[in-house]
Write a protein that binds this ligand. Sequence first.
Ligand SMILES: NC(=O)C1=CN([C@@H]2O[C@H](COP(=O)(O)OP(=O)(O)OC[C@H]3O[C@@H](n4cnc5c(N)ncnc54)[C@H](OP(=O)(O)O)[C@@H]3O)[C@@H](O)[C@H]2O)C=CC1
Ligand SMILES: Nc1nc(=O)c2c([nH]1)NC[C@@H]1CN(c3ccc(C(=O)N[C@@H](CCC(=O)O)C(=O)O)cc3)C=[N+]21
Length: 283
Amino acid sequence: MTARLLDGTALSQQMRGQIAQRAAQLAERGTRPGLAVILVGDDPASQVYVRNKVKACGEAGFHSVLERYDASLGEAELLARIEALNADPAIHGILVQTPLPKHINPQKVIATIATHKDVDGYSVLSGGELLTGLPGLRPCTPYGCMKLIESIDYDLRGKHAVVIGRSNTVGKPMALLLLQANATVTICHSATPDLARHTREADVIVAAVGRRNTVTREMVKPGVVVVDVGMNRNDAGKLCGDVDFEGVSQVASAITPVPGGVGPMTITMLLSNTLQAAELAAG
Ligand SMILES: NC(=O)C1=CN([C@@H]2O[C@H](COP(=O)(O)OP(=O)(O)OC[C@H]3O[C@@H](n4cnc5c(N)ncnc54)[C@H](OP(=O)(O)O)[C@@H]3O)[C@@H](O)[C@H]2O)C=CC1
Ligand SMILES: Nc1nc(=O)c2c([nH]1)NC[C@@H]1CN(c3ccc(C(=O)N[C@@H](CCC(=O)O)C(=O)O)cc3)C=[N+]21
């Protein structure tokens, strides 16, 4: 069997068209969605991601600002900048790109962003809203993974979903979204002794580890749906995910590519969250 491609580029294009339309309607009522992206330091991957985010904002008709600071920026100065953006009515979403330099505490940064502008969905309140099933801003990457699964009308009810990875930004919220969609969810991590024992039982696998070839063909059952969040480089320097795409795509029923899968959807859901925040602000 050859798997169906869960094409994040195509789904993003479609969704961003709809987002741009809603943004134009909101702009007619006097509110243009606005996103502020803050980048501290010169991590090359982060530079690519923030550029993609700002470009996507422009294409959707959003207002956006990119603030770049030297890695030596003090924590207090960063927090003061965030406070200023909290008070800026033209800004509906604030994103501080991670990783941050070691002298800056990311928890403090997240806690300083006004909750209603936390379009990453990283705040304690957003986490609690997700946990309890209340409406709120969902973390972009897991939210995008759900949209990819929904795009093929796959019904998660009663299915066994295995999430590999338990970070606060990807693995944990991913597991909660799958649970909310009525899947039976297993969360695996670095202390899981026999990963393959779990993945072999899975109807759906979401891999969010950061290590290539974490999921190989022998580890999955035929027909599995595979969502690959990982962003790694192979020996040739090429971008690749956590899943051996070549092997697994021969037995899976659907699989995301890297690049062109979850990555573009993360940015699409960032636009969606920013629009949602702007619509709420406009009343
Ligand atoms: N496409 C996109 O939009 C995005 C991609 N990413 C990518 O996704 C990947 C994961 O990101 P993130 O969650 O932030 O990473 P973290 O490093 O925060 O988390 C990785 C998780 O993987 C677990 N893990 C590590 N080794 C193994 C193993 N051998 N078996 C099972 N689990 C393991 C860790 O377990 P433990 O908790 O025990 O340490 C941890 O929970 C990275 O490649 C990142 O670049 C991230 C965000 C967005
Ligand atoms: N506050 C914060 N919010 C984030 O959402 C956030 C973050 N920090 N830090 C890093 C991770 C990673 N992340 C990606 C976004 C887009 C692509 C993306 O567009 N990927 C393209 C390829 C890009 C390339 O060519 O390198 C693709 O997969 O097709 C990847 C990764 C967001 N993150």
